[in-house]
Design a binder for this molecule. Structure first.
Ligand code: 9Z3
Length: 341
């Protein structure tokens, strides 16, 4: 049984319709739509579950030909790492990510303290090879990456602005409806709450002498006037993906607010799970809040390593996503069973 559809004429529905009417889709929208349709159809025929993993921060452009923008914090670690664990557990993954943020598999070698060239050397025959101490690690990552390539289980969809993100989220959700409860939405992207509507946005770079362009001028100050982004989670849960499992993330900085804000989101949107995390500890602890239940998930021997990983003596690395994703999958199993009975 799915959730009831949005009643027509609701304020959420109106705000959503206005938003999409006034903020045009990204250039690659139709092309991406085809890719998503084909991907979903293939995996639906193969009986595979699909996870839509969102990752990275959305921007809010101040100009249509964008030079300046407001950004949302997120490197894409949570999303890219989680995507790998979904893939390892047999899911196909649509990875809706901020352009140039971390990607599954390549993340091990891209934004690290080493430049990727530091992993290589030139041997005596003049051939470029991987240095000995990186061979095993790279072989493991490469095998997993190649498997995802061969089985075509990973689809990469980039976004930059919050509007691009919302167009892609809505369209992908509509495409995933054919999977019913076999789709899971894992919303790790850090999404802007405020934006400048298209009709108030300057076409060209704002000049310091023309500060009316993005807001109100107050002397030489630029005062930016932002509107709230419609509550897309409400639209997703009730309208775009009424039968799928929906997992949202709640990011806070004040530990005293985390659980109450996560519970509030769960009550407000009536979805399945909110994963709460604090900016400073997100790499080693999160709290899973579902109806009537809170569960802290922590890495053993956690420490303040800003890269989000914790190295053990063996050289292996434990990532908190390897603990989170199996728990999400277990909840997904239960949800599917309940739907089918
Ligand atoms: C998260 O809370 C993610 O876990 C992080 C991941 C952004 C903290 P990194 O990419 O960081 O590993 O560096 N994402 C959700 C953030 C968000 O915008 N949540 C909204 C909110 O908190 C609800 S959709 O209100």
């Amino acid at each position: 049984m799915g959730r009831p559809a949005l009643s027509s004429g609701s304020t959420v529905e109106t705000a959503e319709a206005d938003y999409f009417q006034n903020n045009p889709p990204p250039k690659e929208f139709s092309q991406n739509k085809q890719l998503v349709r084909a991907f979903v159809q293939r995996h639906s025929e193969q009986g595979r579950r699909v996870a839509l993993v969102t990752s990275g921060g959305t921007t809010v452009p101040l100009e249509n030909q964008t030079v300046r923008f407001i950004d949302n914090f997120s490197a894409g670690t949570r999303g890219a790492t989680s995507a790998e664990y979904f893939l390892e557990n047999g899911y196909a993954v649509i990875f809706l990510h901020r352009r140039f943020s971390l990607l599954p598999y390549s993340r091990h070698y891209s934004h690290t303290t080493n430049c990727f060239l530091d992993f290589m050397e030139i041997d005596q025959q003049g051939k470029v090879t991987v240095k000995n101490n990186y061979q095993i690690g790279m072989q493991t990552v490469l095998q997993k990456y190649q498997r995802a390539q061969t089985e075509q289980t990973l689809l990469l969809l980039p976004f930059t602005s919050v509007t691009e993100y919302l167009w892609s989220l809505r369209d992908t959700a509509l495409s995933l409806q054919v999977l019913g409860p076999n789709a899971v939405f894992y919303l790790a992207a850090a999404v802007s709450d405020f934006f400048i509507p298209r009709d108030r946005m300057s076409e060209h770079k704002i000049q310091s002498g023309d500060l009316n362009a993005a807001g109100l001028s107050q002397g030489t100050k630029l005062v930016v006037d932002l509107d709230p982004v419609p509550k897309f989670l409400k639209s997703l849960v009730d309208g775009w993906a009424p039968n799928a499992m929906i997992v949202s993330f709640k990011l806070e900085t004040d530990p005293l607010l985390l659980i109450s804000k996560a519970k509030k989101a769960l009550e407000r949107y009536s979805h399945h799970l909110v994963i709460g995390n604090l900016l400073l500890t997100r790499a080693w602890e999160v709290v899973l809040v579902s109806p009537g239940r809170e569960e802290w998930v922590r890495l053993p021997n956690h420490g303040p390593d800003p890269t989000g990983t914790f190295a053990f003596e063996s050289g292996s690395v434990l990532e908190i996503e390897s603990l989170i994703v199996p728990k999400v999958i277990r909840l997904h199993d239960v949800m599917i069973q309940q739907t089918c009975n």
